[in-house]
Ligand binder design. Structure first.
Ligand code: SRM
Ligand code: SF4
Length: 562
């Protein structure tokens, strides 16, 4: 192996298709942690080693090792689960995890706080629910997003099936997962190989999403690979293909940046897998394997040129992409409350603040959703905005579900402000090892303070998209927030402003490294001008750009992806 490759490349190469010494690490009773290389490899199996950062200092003083535990993430394409699976996941969370279930910004469930000696049993229990965690993390194609907010049931069903098929196609073929977690007989040998990825998988994580206009609830342009459904005569004619989206950046390092995907053409449903394979294998071969910070597809495309990249994808796919077809997105939020679907059933979209499903005070989300799962005859869909759709509700169960929603306090969607309904926050502290500031735990209080400022300008009904991340990696997609806070240090954030509300324009840095009082005063002044000068229904982000209030500070072009 050449010296220029990153350390993770070596770990992958030596891993015997993701096995490493995970079995030995798991069996070691002396520590709650894994061996170092295995900490990289376990990600491909859908888990991260973490430690409780609230307890770090105390344990250090007591000369104890950090309070290690594991986060587990599911692979749930399009975020769909049955009521039976919901009950099983709930039972697993209650037994093995801390703090309930967590809905992620990529339509997956996360379990936090699983200790090493229970990890295998937890993974096996997740599998017994017919849900796996393979490739939920790691340098592979991860959980595939699919529009969750149903407008036209048959179109959404088609798109969801396509997302599942794509997820399945790009699953690693190694049996390592089954051997380590499910005690399958060892099969590692000469004839086991990865036909798409090869032995070193991809240079970096890879993300795919399917959107159904006019909703961009998956933030399709934030993905390495995006498919935008083109619906003609009530059916999916095909998809516009978008490549090179990604949001992660590093503070103060200009070679890293958020980037929105470029639309490069149109494919038919039959061509989806071939074009995806062209994109994935080009990234496999052209991506940067020396510097992980520069290894995402967005950098490969910027380094090699979009036209060059597209030509290579077409060569590998064996056909030329047709010209992109027209589409229009209205917004990238969710639609809350009840909606009827084509088949006579209905869906109820519930607000899950920061995606956390637990029992807290009067809002007993975990218990309430358990009670709903016991009577629900349709399915559950996680949204990429960390919310939950109770989908396919039969007329016979609708009243009972409504009663449970009221009984368990699941009705935040009824009276919360648009700001609260649309806000996203990443997990951050105490579990995320990369967090520089609070996000999930801070969000409710921050929204309350912002609501007071909005109220003062009679703007409480303004549908402003707020996103908070504990660091610049951008897990709550903050670079697409009309207002966003990106953690810099405890209690300090970069204030980003003026993305649009359709996921088609990045925001830009407005003030750096500021504390709450400054944040509130800064947005308060902007709210005052917005209240006085906005043009009809003009959205906050658009107003900031039109009025020139943020354009002068632009570090990022005022681009709108179309
Ligand atoms: Fe993320 C890393 C949580 C969506 C960009 N992300 C992490 C880790 C695993 C921290 C780590 O590496 O040690 C976080 C675990 C926190 C915890 O305690 O659970 C974490 N990311 C999350 C979740 C749970 C946020 C949430 O609150 O919902 C989301 C899980 C998605 C899933 O189910 O797969 C999550 N992460 C995202 C998104 C949003 C998206 O994909 O739509 C992004 C921005 C889009 C992108 O990828 O560019 C994102 N996460 C990152 C990055 C920066 C990647 C980069 O290219 O620079 C990292 C750090 C890294 O990979 O090195 C990261
Ligand atoms: Fe952690 Fe940063 Fe992602 Fe938040 S944005 S979950 S702090 S990596």
């Amino acid at each position: 192996m050449s010296a220029g490759l990153s350390a993770v490349e070596k770990i992958k190469t030596d891993s015997r298709l993701l096995r490493g010494s995970l079995r030995e690490s798991l069996a070691d009773p002396v520590t709650g942690s894994l061996r170092e290389d295995d900490q990289s490899l376990i990600k491909f199996h859908g888990s991260y080693q973490q430690d409780d950062r609230d307890l770090r200092e105390e344990r250090r003083q007591q000369k104890l090792e950090p309070d290690y535990s594991f986060m587990i993430r599911t692979r749930t394409p399009g975020g769909v689960t049955t009521p039976q699976q919901w009950l099983q996941l709930d039972a697993i969370a209650t037994r093995h995890a801390s703090n309930g279930l967590r809905v992620t910004t990529r339509q997956a469930f996360q379990f936090h706080g699983v200790i090493k000696r229970e990890l295998k049993a937890t993974m096996a229990a997740i599998n017994a629910s017919l849900i796996d965690t393979i490739a939920a993390c790691g340098d592979v194609n991860r959980n595939v997003l699919a529009a969750a907010n149903p407008l036209l049931s048959s179109v959404h069903a088609t798109v969801h099936a396509q997302a599942r098929a794509l997820s399945q196609h790009f699953l690693p073929r190694t049996r390592a997962y089954y051997e380590i977690w499910l005690d399958e007989e060892l099969v590692a040998g000469a004839d086991e190989h990865e036909p798409i990825y090869g032995a070193t998988y991809l240079p970096r994580k890879f993300k795919t999403a399917f959107a159904v206009p006019p909703l961009n609830d998956v933030d399709v342009f934030a993905n390495d690979l995006g498919f935008i459904a083109i619906v003609e005569n009530g059916a999916v004619a095909g998809y516009n293909v978008a490549v090179g989206g990604g949001l992660g950046a590093t503070h103060g390092d200009a070679v890293t940046y958020p980037r929105l995907a470029d639309v490069i053409g149109f494919v038919t449903p039959e061509q989806v897998i071939a074009v995806a394979e062209g994109v994935v294998t080009t990234q496999r071969d052209w991506g940067n394997r020396s510097e992980r910070k520069r290894a995402r597809l967005k950098y490969t495309i910027d380094d090699r040129g979009l036209e060059n990249f597209k030509a290579e994808v077409e060569r590998r796919a064996g056909f030329a992409l047709a010209p992109a077809r027209p589409y229009a997105f209205e917004h990238n939020g969710d639609r809350f409350g009840w909606a009827d679907s084509e088949d006579g059933r209905a869906q109820l979209t519930l607000r899950i603040e920061a995606g956390r499903i637990n029992d807290r005070g009067e809002r007993r989300l975990l218990s309430g959703l358990r009670a709903i799962a016991q009577i629900h005859e349709g399915d559950f869909r996680l949204t990429a905005n960390q919310n939950l759709v109770i989908a396919g509700v039969t007329p016979a169960t609708r009243a009972a579900i409504d009663a449970l929603v009221a009984e368990y306090g699941l009705d935040l969607y009824r009276d919360a402000s648009p700001l609260r309904l649309n806000a996203l926050a990443c997990v951050a502290l105490p579990t995320c090892g990369l967090a520089m500031a609070e996000a999930e735990r801070y969000l409710p209080e921050l929204v309350t303070k912002l609501e007071a400022r909005l109220q003062a300008h009679d703007l409480l009904d303004a549908p402003i998209h707020l996103r908070v991340s504990g660091c610049p990696n951008g897990c709550s997609r903050p670079y697409l927030g009309e207002i966003a806070l990106i953690g810099k240090a405890p209690g300090r954030y970069n204030l980003m402003l003026a993305a649009d509300h359709r996921g088609q324009r990045l925001n830009r840095l407005h003030k750096e490294n500021i504390a709450e009082a400054d944040i509130l005063d800064t947005v308060d002044a902007l709210f005052a001008r917005y209240a006085a000068e906005r043009d009809g229904d003009e959205r906050f982000g658009d107003f900031l750009v039109r009025s020139g209030m943020v354009a002068a500070k632009a570090g990022i072009p005022l681009e709108v992806r179309t």
